[in-house]
Design a protein around this ligand. Sequence first.
Ligand SMILES: NC(=O)c1ccc[n+]([C@@H]2O[C@H](COP(=O)([O-])OP(=O)(O)OC[C@H]3O[C@@H](n4cnc5c(N)ncnc54)[C@H](O)[C@@H]3O)[C@@H](O)[C@H]2O)c1
Length: 254
Amino acid sequence: MSAHPGRFASRRVVVTGAAQGIGLAVARRLAAESAELVLVDRSELVREAAIELKAEAVTADLETYSGAASALGPHRRVDVLVNTVGGAINFKPFTAFTAEQIQAEVNRSLMPTLWCCRAVLPAMVEQGHGTIVNVSSAATRGIHRIPYSAAKGGVNALTASLALEYADAGIRVVATAPGGTQAPPRRISRGTPERRTEREEAWFQAHIDQTLASSPMGRYGTLEEQAAAICFLASDEASYITGTVLPVAGGDLG
Ligand SMILES: NC(=O)c1ccc[n+]([C@@H]2O[C@H](COP(=O)([O-])OP(=O)(O)OC[C@H]3O[C@@H](n4cnc5c(N)ncnc54)[C@H](O)[C@@H]3O)[C@@H](O)[C@H]2O)c1
């Protein structure tokens, strides 16, 4: 998939969750399109990505406001923020989730985006422009990861509502909703417990079967297909698009 050389020239772009997966694919594409990149992640592996892409690396835990504020805080210019931190941890029926597990899913898949938007918006308002691209999920309509679905529904809501509230300030807020996406084995675990029983395996498989069945194209996407849509929305080519959640899921509308 070809990049658009120079599309992000002179743009300071922050990508969260950039040490692997969709975030790293976005960072690679943005680097190929001349962005001045800041890569934020909880993992030290983000430093490897930063060396590869000649970017600045910041380590921070974005599940806390203090982490988001330290990474994105006041007095730092940010033209574009791409929020990719998230991902389902547990895969099982809702009634099998403990209260702590539900909280952990919301902490992972809603709060980093909410905190990072809060941390970056004052500077964007002051500079009079900015674009935020949130990475949601088609799993807002999916089984065996209900707390994650709820968290991503929250991401969709804050995207639409921030777009309304900050349009006058020259700020666009948009999102993609990826479907199932193929990726190499994760170097950084989400903390998903090992599946020990046939029942746990069947619960996990059921979410894959549902994901494929919900997609008219009947396949998983690639990291590059996700990055292409995110970078389009982040660019000036999408200058008349705000508040939109774009499904990138082979026809699964989430
Ligand atoms: N992979 C998929 O199939 C898929 C499908 C739909 C939506 N999504 C969404 O796309 C996004 C990226 O998914 P992925 O599969 O590439 O994720 P991943 O789990 O492979 O990578 C997530 C990255 O975020 C970092 N991270 C996690 N918690 C953090 C924290 N508290 N603070 C800072 N960094 C933290 C990790 O270190 C890692 O580098 C997520 O929001 C996910 O919900 C993914």
